[in-house]
Design a protein around this ligand. Structure first.
Ligand SMILES: [Zn+2]
Length: 427
């Protein structure tokens, strides 16, 4: 399987036949010069659009992909034949012209998603269309050694698949890990909170599940999820930042492609330095964004040892007006705004999506965050910049991990149809 990053696969000197910002905004299908390349490109463009927008009409597919009506008709028919999509006739006429059929992805084609963390392991089944068909989460009991996590994942996956209402074919697995992950081979180079160093987790997981696996950093898969199915839906240029107990993670989508970097490490925005920071960071530096805009420091101001992230909004709201809380909110919002201003200068995004604890900061003081970003930015970079809260909540890592896996197949739907047919025959 080819690498599943979102980088364009357009051959040098060949312009893509479709706009860079496809539905979902993050996939630029490959496009070469031969008829096979054109066929693969067209299948990819249509299946991707249906996957990102289940129920899209054939008329909308024409508009979204730039392909003409007869090509859309032919390509949809081929995907129906391959049982990757199905069409639903419109139930009523609007009276203006012929109504267009709605196209949905197959209900039974899915990927597993695996999210190991220090305290718990979560597994999910994500269907085409990004729907979460089932999820199980179980405490690690503090046992986060890679082999222990693999054993737990195996148990959870068996239980989860047995519990599903309808049978699915699992084409592979995506995995999100809170640490540095080498994209090419799925090696977790450094996950400090779990004390993993150079762990070949992708190979271990692939062997245990008997499936092809893609492993990525958790914040990077969350960036993809928010860009495709969440708060950044349809946005070709966005920056994502998430705050949790393990620090600040992030990612960027630029002109429809994910920021990746040489090894897949690009996007460690939590380890960019901020003005006046004095705290030592586990990365070996001092004054990183994540040591300054920090959930534990916010907790200390709130007088709490630990708060579940979904409860953080309420904890902050209940503590408003207390001087130490206001001062800490002010301090963190000011530093975060400066960091967003820097990211705006680097990436010129349309939208900055804030997740986890950072979502709670922006929800507590949306105007103050926007004003601070505007005041602390190179003005043309922040004009029209939207700062929004992440939309996918706790399912963001599962949806993103599955999406990162599916991307390779979305590039080559004929290969996906072959694999799905083989799996259905074997079932
Ligand atoms: Zn750092």
């Amino acid at each position: 399987m080819t690498d599943a990053e979102l980088a364009p696969t357009t051959a040098p000197g060949v312009m893509p036949a479709t706009p860079a910002a496809l539905p979902g905004g993050v996939l630029v299908p490959g496009h070469g010069s031969g008829p096979e390349d054109t066929r693969r490109h067209n299948l990819s463009a249509i299946l991707t659009a249906v996957h990102h927008r289940p129920g899209v009409t054939r008329a909308e597919l024409t508009r979204l992909t730039g392909l003409n009506r007869s090509t859309v008709l032919k390509v949809v028919a081929e995907l129906v034949e391959g049982e990757l999509v199905h069409e639903v006739s419109p139930s009523e006429h609007t009276g203006r012209g012929r109504p267009s059929a709605h196209v949905y992805p197959a209900r039974d084609v899915a990927a597993l998603a695996v999210y190991p963390d220090l305290d718990a392991v979560t597994v999910g089944v994500i269907g085409l269309g990004g729907s979460l068909l089932g999820r199980l989460r179980r405490s690690t009991g503090g046992h986060a050694r890679p082999d222990e996590i693999i054993a737990l994942v195996g148990e959870l996956v068996s239980e989860l698949l047995a519990s599903l209402q309808e049978p699915v074919v699992i084409v592979g697995a995506g995995c999100a890990v809170p640490g540095l992950v080498r994209a090419a081979d799925g090696v977790v180079v450094d996950a400090p909170h779990m004390d993993w160093h150079d762990v070949p987790f992708g190979a271990m997981l692939s062997e245990a599940l008997g499936l092809p696996v893609q492993v990525r950093n958790d914040a990077r898969v969350a960036t993809v999820a928010e860009a495709v199915f969440g708060a950044g839906r349809g946005i070709a240029d966005l920056v994502y930042l998430n705050g949790s107990y393990s620090g600040i993670g992030g990612g960027a989508i630029s002109s429809g492609a994910t920021l990746r970097g040489r090894d897949g490490y690009g996007g460690e925005f939590g380890h960019t330095r901020v003005d006046g920071g004095r705290e030592h960071c586990h990365c070996g530096r001092t004054g990183c964004l994540e040591t300054e805009v920090n959930l534990r420091r916010l907790m200390a101001a709130l007088g709490k040892d630990e708060v579940d992230l979904p409860d953080l909004d309420k904890e902050i709201a209940d503590a408003r007006g207390r001087p130490e809380v206001e001062a800490e909110l002010d301090r963190q919002i000011g530093i975060l705004a400066g960091a967003i201003g820097d990211l705006a200068s680097i990436f010129n995004p349309s939208v900055v999506v804030l997740g986890g604890a950072l979502g709670s900061l922006v929800a507590a003081e949306p105007e103050r965050v926007a004003a601070a970003v505007a005041a602390d930015s190179f003005a043309p970079m922040s004009g029209g910049l939207q700062i929004v809260r992440a939309a996918l909540g706790s399912r963001v890592h599962l949806v993103g991990a599955a999406e990162v896996f599916m991307l390779a197949y979305l590039r080559d739907p004929a290969q996906l149809a072959e694999r799905v047919a083989a799996l259905r025959r074997a079932a």
